[in-house]
Ligand binder design. Structure first.
Ligand code: GLU
Length: 441
């Protein structure tokens, strides 16, 4: 049975980069009819906050990425301690005492000599007496996993066959000096015990995967299928890391981006399949093929969300927005017509408010060119008081044409500008039918 998980650390808000990871894992599970676990990687008590955990769930719910269950790493510390004991018993775990400064110095020396900055395993040579002395002097050490210096290979769902020389990787620290279990171990224990079958994550985790494969083997577990998606860059290929803060899902939501617009983009971006607006998550799942994604960095342009959002809104039936329309104060009798008239003339839902204000109060700033003032004044004098309907515009402009001799654009455009305060918009027959007050100059 396919089981995937999305494993954010609740130390901040989800951004578009995280969304890719969440969405891929969610789609794999849903496509296979399997299980999708939301796992909160909250072993760091200082940085993990309930407020962020809540925000992560709220963001996923907004997108409709529902999970089958939630797991919290902070509830499973005893499991990690047990796994650490097993690694110790198997001779794959050792205590090391270097300070960060010492490690830094070692790295610099290695780099100066043109060597890769890999931990030199000096701690393996310590006698029990030396360790005791170091513990007295420096307190507890950190615990490192002893890698087997062989090649670590796996068929990656996106990268193809990956082969990493374990000797090029430092023995990973799995337990910090203060006893805190680190992600590398906790994740392996969870993936194994929760029978996770597929792990998709960012390509920044490739080295972690190599070490985790050996840790899984040392613990006697079976490795899941791994896939590493490329990282997002900005539209020009620039690193996105610094801007991710402003690409938080909640910020996009506040800017009016619609979930299906965001999902349609992120479910295909970076693959050989075209980005196309889809109406539902089911449609996205149907066409999702992990193997169609490439290893090259993926360009993300926030502006792509604008036309997708507008198209999504233009296609929505009234029922989908009835509460939003009602919240604006549009009377029930007018609401469906109001939506049909504005839906192709808004970029985000919030733009409905300006249209309703126009229909309710008339234009706050009629756009009238100096040379058209006399014409518009004359035309407005010929317009009766509301209520108006779909015939008002035709009847009115025919009468204005007769009275002034104007026709075509010269007749219609100044009136459109004067009534709506805008250059463009819906059919004027529809605008007039919604107008609640007689427009004034
Ligand atoms: N908490 C890790 C992260 O957010 C999870 C990585 C993984 O999927 O294993 O990077």
């Amino acid at each position: 049975m396919t089981t995937t998980r999305f494993a954010p650390s609740p130390t901040g808000y989800l951004h578009v980069g995280n969304l890719r990871t969440a969405l891929f894992n969610w789609m794999i599970a849903r496509k296979a009819g399997g299980t999708f676990i939301l796992r909160l990687d909250d072993t760091d008590p200082e940085r993990s906050k309930q407020e962020y955990a809540d925000a992560i769930m709220e963001d996923l719910e907004w997108l409709g990425l529902t999970w089958d269950r939630v797991e919290r790493q902070s509830d499973r510390l005893d499991r990690y301690a047990a796994a650490a004991d097993r690694l110790r018993d198997a001779g794959r775990f050792y205590e090391a005492f270097e300070t960060p400064t010492e490690l830094d110095l070692k790295r610099k020396k290695q780099l100066n000599m043109g060597k890769p900055p890999v931990y030199d395993r000096a701690a393996l040579a310590l006698s029990e007496d030396e360790k005791t002395a170091l513990r007295t002097e420096r307190g507890q050490g950190v615990w490192r996993f002893l890698l087997d210096h062989a090649r670590i290979e796996w068929p990656d769902g996106i990268l193809g066959n990956v082969s990493i020389d374990a000797a090029s990787v430092s023995d990973p620290v799995l337990i910090r000096q203060d006893g805190q279990v680190l992600y590398t171990l906790a994740s392996v224990v969870d993936d194994t015990e929760m029978a996770v079958t597929d792990v998709v994550r960012g390509s920044d985790h490739v080295t972690n995967t190599a070490t985790q494969i050996q840790i899984i083997e040392a613990l006697g577990g079976a490795a899941p299928r791994f896939a590493h998606h490329s990282l997002l860059t900005g539209p020009q290929g620039e690193a996105l890391s610094k801007r991710l803060g402003t690409l938080a899902l909640r910020d996009l939501r506040a800017r009016g981006v619609e979930p299906m617009a965001l999902l349609s983009l992120m479910a295909r971006l970076g693959s050989s399949d075209p980005v196309d607006l889809r109406g539902s998550l089911d449609e996205l799942v149907d066409g999702f093929e992990l193997s169609h994604f490439g290893a090259a960095p993926t360009k993300f342009d926030e502006d792509d969300l604008v036309p997708l959002t507008a198209r999504h809104l233009a296609g929505l039936p009234f029922e989908a927005v009835a509460p939003d329309v009602a919240a604006l104060g549009v009377p029930d009798g007018l609401a469906p017509r109001f939506w049909n008239v504005v839906r192709e003339n808004i970029a985000v839902k919030a733009d409905m408010a300006a249209w309703w204000a126009l229909f309710r109060d008339g234009p706050s700033e009629p756009m009238v060119a100096e040379e058209d003032r006399g014409f518009v004044a004359e035309a407005f004098a010929m317009l009766p008081e509301p209520p108006y309907d779909e015939t008002t515009w035709g009847t009115w402009t025919a009468a204005v044409k007769d009275a002034t001799g104007r026709k075509g654009r010269a007749l219609f455009m100044p009136l459109r500008h004067a009534v709506t305060g805008r250059q463009r918009g819906p059919e004027m027959a529809d605008v007039m039918a919604l107008l609640q007050v007689k427009p004034q100059l």
